[in-house]
Design a protein around this ligand. Structure first.
Ligand code: MBD
Ligand code: FE
Length: 282
């Protein structure tokens, strides 16, 4: 028994007033976008016969989502971050900017201002004795493959419980977050611990909606990177560790084939030492 009200003069007039079309102040782009947004929400109410109870449930859901700080967590779960990435890829392709390490989403757990060092950093504070040591090393190059010295590699990742410092108050400040400047060969090395995958808070708003969609809220073990150098395009990316149950089933849709890496276990202590195992904390 759907009633049709969307295209009545009364609703059209309401939408125009809501978006401030009859005011000659304000921001034109915001007005147009809010007009379209409210139009589409009203249309959805009409098309799905959304009841007032369902409507208010949705409004309170958004309130709760904000109150528990999960707006930027639901966004990747609903594919929004990945969608923007797909758009940026298409833009790059159009501009002829192909090749190199592909981008993927930033996620909601970056913290600016991590300790900065040159060439090498130890990222973990040493407090987790059960953790397995991880050596991360790489080279930053320009689009022609020429090494880039003094690029900043900003790395962040979770601990063995899948938790990130700052958001997890039990970790020390900037634990598992570092900025490393590449050396004269464009190289950087970090000593850290192997992270576990992230899972959405089980009692949170994001997981509540995912449950209704029949979806899990897990990410595979991963390591985030920003790569930057003045005069060059900023790269936001991650690597995903191969062999994780969620490597190809990420709730945030961030995995890309080229970003899946096998970790090699180094058993020989002499070989491990080459990677700076006994260097001091930086
Ligand atoms: C994460 O650690 C993350 O990287 C993303 C994209 C979403 C939630 C948690
Ligand atoms: Fe993450």
């Amino acid at each position: 028994m759907t009633v049709k009200t969307m295209n009545t003069a009364e609703v059209k007039d309401l939408l125009e007033k809501v978006a401030g079309f009859n005011q000659d102040v304000g921001n034109e782009r915001v007005k147009k976008i809010v007009h379209r947004l409210m139009h589409d929400i009203f249309q959805l109410v009409e098309d799905f016969d959304v009841t007032p109870e369902e409507f208010w449930q949705a409004v309170y859901y958004v309130g709760d989502l904000g109150a528990n700080g999960e707006a930027a967590l639901l966004a990747p779960g609903l594919g929004m971050d990945k969608y923007l990435d797909i758009r940026m890829d298409a833009e790059d392709e159009q501009a002829g900017l192909d090749g190199g390490t592909p981008r993927t989403i930033e996620g909601p757990l970056y913290v600016a201002g991590a300790p900065l060092s040159e060439g090498f950093a130890r990222m973990d504070d040493g407090s987790d004795e059960s953790a397995e040591t991880m050596i991360l090393t790489g080279q930053v190059t320009d689009e022609k493959g020429q090494p880039l010295a003094n690029a900043v590699v900003d790395v962040w990742h979770a601990d063995t419980k899948g938790a990130y410092s700052y958001f997890d108050q039990s970790q020390s400040e900037y634990n598992l977050r570092r900025r490393i400047k590449t050396d004269e060969n464009g190289r950087y090395t970090a000593r850290s611990i192997i992270p576990s995958g992230y899972g959405c808070p089980p009692e949170g708003s994001t997981q509540a909606l995912l449950n209704l969609l029949g979806r899990h809220g897990n990410r595979p073990a991963h390591i985030h990177f920003f790569i930057s150098k003045p005069g060059f395009k900023h790269l936001t990316t991650q690597i995903n560790l191969a062999g994780d149950e969620y490597t190809y089933d990420d709730f945030a849709f961030a995995t890309r084939e080229e970003l899946v890496v096998e970790a090699n276990r180094i058993e020989d202590p002499a070989k491990a030492e080459q990677f700076g195992l006994n260097k001091p904390f930086t």
